[in-house]
Design a binder for this molecule. Structure first.
Ligand code: TRP
Length: 354
């Protein structure tokens, strides 16, 4: 069986450290593992419009931003096919047929949808396009024969929905040969840092909460954000004992700090456990820990920023690459679409030619 990887992001803003830890880092690792036949990353502009119908400019302008973020963190467009969702119109055709296989009640039970309806104030009046996006996302996944979907926890219900559609399709149309692979999730192994809190201490770093450190933030901004990050409100004097739990700076250190960073930037300690122990005991000030964190984050972001500046000189080529890849993806989706229609018995041309 072929190993086909597909994932994507909505282009609603620049990507931040939460994305890096939650998915981008794993994608780069996966890209370099060479253990796949095809790797797609989709810029989900159509999906972004399901809750941004009146903010087309925002979605449009962020397509290139997200593409640049990908390339800046080390996604290689030669290895990974980066394409734009709306430029693969076949996806809508898949969605039309899949919609007949899913009930409204099933969509309303999707935990991610439930949560998002609440957050967006859509509960009383649900846009059809929005509630339908798990089916549309199933099309994204199934159209390419995807076997592996690298995503965060919140996307698991979407993959489950896609699997249900495959089963329902097979049950309903009994295809003679397999049309759709059963996709599986690929969750990054480091559970601890799968979700990064915001600098304000809120559970999740996100653009909407305004608590994110962006991959494109400059050094000064990163410094200011980390210096203002939420720590332990009871840790007032340096001598006070401090709490690690809920302390954003330590959550980030958990995600980014390696032993060699101590040798380089803070040789008084061997590792993070020693630093945490001192903080808990008292006698270790927030500024010292934050300064250490800034150095680590800067080490990560400096090469990303450099690549971003390079990309900014080649915007036209990046657009060309996206258009080429989208056209290729469209042809690939078309091939599977024909197979699907064949299996459903609605490929009329083939029927009548016989
Ligand atoms: N729903 C995903 C997000 O909000 C984006 C997405 C769209 C996606 N289609 C996908 C992710 C297919 C994985 C596979 O980030």
């Amino acid at each position: 069986m072929k190993n086909i990887i597909l994932t994507g992001d909505r282009p609603t803003g620049n990507l931040h450290l939460g994305h890096y830890v939650g998915s981008l880092e794993a994608r780069v690792k996966l890209q370099n593992s060479m253990d796949y036949d095809k790797f797609y990353i989709m810029i989900a502009d159509t999906q972004a419009l399901t809750d941004n119908a009146d903010r087309v400019d925002k979605v449009k302008n962020n397509i290139i931003q997200v593409a640049i973020d990908y390339i800046s963190v080390g996604i290689d467009p030669e290895k990974v096919s980066i394409f734009i969702q709306s430029m693969v119109p076949e996806l809508h055709e898949f969605t039309s047929y899949f919609m007949n296989l899913v009930t409204l009640a099933r969509l309303q039970r999707n935990p991610t949808i439930k949560e998002e309806l609440k957050v967006r104030g859509f509960e009383k009046s649900i846009p059809i396009g929005f509630i339908n996006y798990p089916i549309s996302q199933a099309s994204d996944i199934l159209a390419f024969g995807t076997t592996l979907v690298p995503v965060g926890d919140d996307q698991l219900p979407m993959i489950e929905q896609a699997r249900e559609i495959v089963n329902s399709f097979n049950y309903t149309y009994s295809p003679k040969e397999e049309v759709f692979a059963l996709p599986k999730e690929f969750i990054s192994e480091n559970k601890l840092c799968r979700r990064l809190p915001g600098i304000d201490g809120k559970l999740k770093m996100s653009k909407s909460a305004g608590n994110a450190i962006y991959l494109c933030d400059d050094e000064k901004t990163v410094r200011e954000k980390i210096m203002s990050a939420y720590t332990d409100p009871d840790h007032i004097r340096v001598t006070d004992p401090g709490k690690i739990e809920g302390n954003v700076v330590f959550a980030y250190l958990d995600a980014f700090c390696k032993d060699e960073h101590f040798a380089k930037y803070l040789p008084d300690y061997k590792n993070l456990d020693e630093l945490k122990a001192h903080y808990r005991r008292g006698g270790l000030g927030d500024v010292k820990v934050k300064t250490f964190l800034i150095k680590i984050v800067e080490e990560l972001l400096t090469p990303i920023r450099e690549r971003r500046n390079e990309c900014l000189k080649h915007i036209d080529e990046i657009y060309e690459m996206l258009f080429t890849r989208s056209a290729e993806a469209s042809r690939e989706a078309r091939a599977r679409l024909e197979k699907m229609k064949e299996a459903m018995g609605i490929n009329y041309r083939n029927l009548f030619r016989k």
